[in-house]
Design a protein around this ligand. Structure first.
Ligand code: WTA
Length: 665
């Protein structure tokens, strides 16, 4: 190919708006018949037996869906199963010696570990026995506060084995965030670790966990500490009397096995706290039968996972993506799932590509924020490696801009891997809107049609479907097996947050109930959905959901702060970033000192992920005559946009003042 041809091809790629999946992929795809869309529609909800059939049931279910009491739907009623048995025991005969987890630790000499299905089964059993010994009973919530170390999925599966729901708290969250979640879940047990490594340096974790425990209101029975740090890297931790090391516990139970507890399909598998409009995180409840079948079915249909694959999702297990698509989905299918502890840029910016090459990964599932960073670093890093093992690429967590999509397609997928841009949420349990990789044409920037059997529609404020091309609100008009069942111990808030907007809440008829995910979206003539972003007070920073109210209440907790408003502004790599506007109290000056304390306050309350991009001190905030903060205007300032309409403001001048003080900075 001449240089000129190359330039022309390049130009064509830039302009191309639709891409068909490569033929080679289609030929081997798990799902490749277009008729699946019609079949599922005609056969709804029985179509979801296909998902349930991917699991082993101790007792088969009576009904696919019980919709008698919406929105409290029940799926696969009276079916009995165990999630740990489905992820481990049933694979032992055929895949016992195959790798279940390939763990890539920080680049230390003893870094990597392979767990075969046999190994994983053994250790999960031992730890399940240890948890029982500690007194953990069925339905006791066990909190995990751990980074990407193998003991995290082991602890999750051990809980699942004994019917104890887990609640995983992202390790990057602060001590306060841990305490809030343990308090909300009434969780008496904690599994954590002493520390871990970041870019080669040891990082303390146990002191943070202990600070969190100090804020737990109820009695905490026991804490288990995984000793991840090596001798000499410790932080002088002394374990408290009620703290046991993970190593001792499993050693005591060496060779023990625990019968998987029969769980009802509707029994809780786990809780996951996520941010919402109010300051209090929402405890999303997922069940054993519906969730697991959803994670398994979507892993098979969308990620095209086969048992022989080595599948790599670069998310953190502390978020829902890691739950569904590092742990439960891939292991339910008996494949090899990778876990990477480190960061993509250490020791060098080609770290992920080195891993893909070394392990011959077949799928890569990551977030647009990561892709934008790779793009910024340049294609020389992936170019150093043979990435030809890759068969499919995926993205999740936020909208992907067409430029990043095309970069991913070309430089990582070598134009021979389909990309699935998957829209879903903590609450949906798994993917909802995406092309099926063996079927649909891909359109960069648009997630695609709803999955077969998923009834997603874009509506206006009245709930009427909008025309193609018009922006509206994303809704889901029929229930699905992977959906959350409620917010933990708060059915009322469950209805308020997700259903009230578009449902007739007095009705017992499923048709009158509509799920509202709080995302804006538009649809094109082909039924492809482009998700535009959150329409509530949630900001999506690097694919992580943060509540503006949570951040604001952290800021007003800082001495010297009278009032604060937080908005999301555009960010080249993170997608969105946190912008904080702060009014100081009488007698306090806004300056670097207070700015540092504001940042510190946010990190203490939530964690470094919520660190603001900028903190602007202002004498006033733009408010409507009724006293509501006009966040839209603050967003305009953050984005350096033309200021929107200020005529409804009580104090229109303030906006110009803030904008001016920002540009002075
Ligand atoms: C956003 C992550 C556009 C959306 C699995 C959603 C997306 C929120 C996409 C959920 C996508 C997720 N395109 N936006 N492909 N995927 N989102 O609960 O705003 O951490 O509501 O779940 O992320 O975030 P959560």
């Amino acid at each position: 190919m001449s240089d000129e041809d190359g330039v022309q091809l390049e130009a064509r790629l830039e302009e191309q708006e639709a891409f068909d999946p490569p033929e080679e992929f289609v030929e081997q795809a798990n799902v490749s018949e277009k008729s699946i869309y019609e079949e599922f529609e005609e056969n709804w909800p029985e179509c979801w037996e296909q998902a349930a059939d991917l699991l082993d049931w101790e007792e088969s279910y009576d009904e696919v869906l019980d919709a008698s009491n919406p929105p409290f739907y029940e799926w696969f009623t009276d079916g009995k199963l165990n999630a740990s048995a489905n992820c481990l025991d049933r694979h032992l005969d055929e895949r016992g010696d195959e790798a279940a987890i390939e763990w890539v630790g920080e680049p230390l000499e003893e870094g990597n570990r392979t767990y075969t299905y046999e190994d994983l089964h053994r250790e999960v059993n031992e730890f399940a026995a240890a948890l029982r010994e500690m007194g953990v009973g069925e339905d006791d919530v066990v909190t995990m506060y751990m980074p990407m170390i193998p003991e995290l999925p082991i602890a999750m599966l051990a809980c699942a084995r004994i019917g104890a729901p887990h609640s995983v708290v992202f390790a990057g969250f602060s001590a306060d965030a841990l305490a809030t979640r343990m308090n909300a879940a009434d969780s008496e047990y904690l599994v954590t670790c002493d520390g871990y490594y970041r870019r080669g340096d040891p990082l303390d974790h146990l002191n943070k966990a202990n600070d969190g425990l100090a804020g737990v209101e109820h009695f905490v029975s026991d804490a288990v500490v995984v000793e991840r740090l090596r001798d000499g890297d410790g932080f002088g931790h002394d374990l408290a009397d009620d703290q046991r090391t993970y190593a001792d516990l499993v050693a005591e139970q060496a060779g023990e096995t625990v019968e998987p507890v029969e769980r009802d399909a509707e029994d809780m598998l786990f809780l996951m706290y996520t941010s919402g409009t109010t300051g209090q995180p929402k405890g999303v409840k997922h069940t054993t039968g519906g969730y697991l079948s959803w994670a398994a079915w979507t892993s098979q249909a969308v990620l095209d996972i086969e048992p022989e694959d080595t599948y790599f999702c670069s998310a953190d297990i502390g978020w829902i993506t890691g739950h569904s698509y590092i742990v439960y989905g891939p292991l339910a299918l008996g494949t090899t799932t990778m876990m990477y502890e480190g960061t993509p840029d250490y020791p060098e910016r080609d770290r992920l590509w080195e891993i893909v090459e070394e392990y011959e990964a077949n799928q890569l599932y990551t977030a647009p924020t990561a892709i934008r960073a790779f793009m910024k670093w340049g294609s020389e890093y992936p170019d150093r490696h043979d990435l030809s093992s890759l068969r499919l690429l995926g993205t999740v967590g936020e909208p992907i801009n067409p430029r990043a999509w095309k970069w991913y397609y070309k430089h990582i997928g070598d134009k021979s891997c389909p990309i699935v841009d998957t829209w879903w949420q903590t609450e949906t349990g798994g993917m909802m809107v995406t092309t099926l990789p063996g079927i649909g044409t891909m359109k960069p920037g648009s997630a695609g049609p709803p999955l077969p059997g998923v009834d997603a529609q874009i509506v206006d404020t009245d709930g009427t479907q909008v025309d193609a091309g018009r922006a509206g609100y994303l809704t889901v008009q029929k229930p699905w097996p992977g959906m959350l069942r409620t917010l933990y111990k708060n059915d009322e808030r469950y209805i308020d947050e997700y259903w009230r907007e578009y449902s007739d809440t007095d009705s017992d008829d499923m048709e009158d109930w509509v799920y509202f995910p709080e995302d804006g979206a538009k649809i094109d003539d082909d039924g492809y959905i482009t998700v535009l972003g959150r329409v509530d007070d949630v900001i999506n920073v690097s694919g992580h959901r943060l509540g503006t109210m949570e951040i604001e209440s952290a800021i007003v907790g800082v001495e010297g702060v009278a009032e604060a408003a937080v908005v999301g502004g555009d960010h080249e790599v993170k997608g969105e970033a946190v912008y904080a506007y702060v009014i100081t109290e009488e007698g306090y000056e806004g300056g670097d000192g207070l700015r540092l304390r504001v940042v510190g306050g946010i990190e203490d309350a939530i964690g470094p992920i919520a660190r603001p991009e900028s903190v602007v001190f202002t004498p006033e905030l733009p408010k409507t005559r009724s006293g509501k903060i006009m966040r839209r205007l603050l967003e305009d300032i953050a984005n350096n946009d033309e200021l929107g309409d200020t005529s409804t403001l009580r104090n229109p001048d303030v906006v110009e003042d803030i904008a001016a003080s920002v540009s002075d900075d």
